[in-house]
Design a protein around this ligand. Sequence first.
Ligand SMILES: *[C@@H]1O[C@H](CO)[C@@H](O)[C@H](O)[C@H]1NC(C)=O
Ligand SMILES: *[C@@H]1O[C@H](CO)[C@@H](O)[C@H](O)[C@H]1NC(C)=O
Ligand SMILES: *[C@@H]1O[C@H](CO)[C@@H](O)[C@H](O)[C@H]1NC(C)=O
Ligand SMILES: *[C@@H]1O[C@H](CO)[C@@H](O)[C@H](O)[C@H]1NC(C)=O
Ligand SMILES: *[C@@H]1O[C@H](CO)[C@@H](O)[C@H](O)[C@H]1NC(C)=O
Length: 309
Amino acid sequence: MSAFISFSVVLFNIIGVITVLSENVPVPENVRVISINLGLVLEWDPPQTTNNHPFKYTAELKGWRGYDPVCQNSSSLTCDFTDNVTIFGSYQLRVRTELDGETSDWVETKQVAVDKITEISAPHVELRSNNGQTEVDITDPPMKRKNLRDVFGNISYLIRFWKKGESNKVKLKREQSRVMLPKVKPLENYCVEVEVLYLKNKTSQPSNMTCLKNSPSNETEPWLIAVMLLISFLVVLVAVLLIFMAVWYSYKGYRIVFPNDNLPEHLKQPNPARDRSNTKTLTSLHHLPGALEHAPLRRALIHPLNTCK
Ligand SMILES: *[C@@H]1O[C@H](CO)[C@@H](O)[C@H](O)[C@H]1NC(C)=O
Ligand SMILES: *[C@@H]1O[C@H](CO)[C@@H](O)[C@H](O)[C@H]1NC(C)=O
Ligand SMILES: *[C@@H]1O[C@H](CO)[C@@H](O)[C@H](O)[C@H]1NC(C)=O
Ligand SMILES: *[C@@H]1O[C@H](CO)[C@@H](O)[C@H](O)[C@H]1NC(C)=O
Ligand SMILES: *[C@@H]1O[C@H](CO)[C@@H](O)[C@H](O)[C@H]1NC(C)=O
């Protein structure tokens, strides 16, 4: 039994040695293209070998002129091509391992178009509440290049909201980045989650769930309006009555002080500055010779006061 195990170990060792001798530098593993927010990054894992060699890597980009190195002789396990591509172009990438001047074969990716493969990160969401209404304010995720709308045209937002603690979610699809939540109740806690919809049916990552207690409504109730109307009507009524009574009793008082229907003393004073007014015409008449004796004319002229009786 133990002899068999030793034999296996020896065999394994021999195979291992042969492998190392027969291969040059091993290729990078798990090579993948990552595109988030219109960036373009190549990532890979180091070759799986028993001993940790100080591997270096070179990654290249194939445009229409052929391959150009972007990351050269680098120990990093990623290479960022974002600044070397246009969003609407189509590209192929490749990477190889390098060790002590020796190089592995290339590992080549498929042809990729950034705008087709890119993933969009979550939008930022803020809630504001005012007057019993809740407004969702959406900020697009920042792009590595250009602007979300410049690349995808009219994007839209998928908004889900629900009363906190309830599972029934309302879905809205809106084009504008500021949206009033419909039919929310005052003083209830609402939670909102938003995704960006682009390229017809692709969605961004969902935003952080954001919750806010809706503000109290200060919309006036109909019965309150009726009560206010009634109160103001009563106030006006009382005011009018008071004014009427004040006028009435002043007049009564005046009749007591001047029982003989005489004009108050100050009205009789001539006042040249006010000669054009009615009262002036009246008082001027008093100073005409014989005017005081002309009772019917005088009575007619002070008619406004007399009819108040
Ligand atoms: C790669 O970098 C290492 C050190 O980082 C250096 O010794 C080596 O000469 C470089 N090789 C090439 C081909 O540039
Ligand atoms: C890639 O972009 C960087 C930064 O703009 C630039 O320095 C480099 O020369 C470019 N490489 C290629 C191969 O175009
Ligand atoms: C989500 O929340 C985390 C932690 O609070 C924060 O770091 C991150 O920026 C938020 N994401 C967005 C898109 O607002
Ligand atoms: C905008 O979106 C609508 C559907 O949401 C679509 O029918 C229309 O073609 C889009 N317009 C542009 C310019 O992308
Ligand atoms: C999105 O639309 C494309 C074609 O326009 C289709 O191939 C794909 O399956 C759709 N994806 C989803 C998630 O509906």
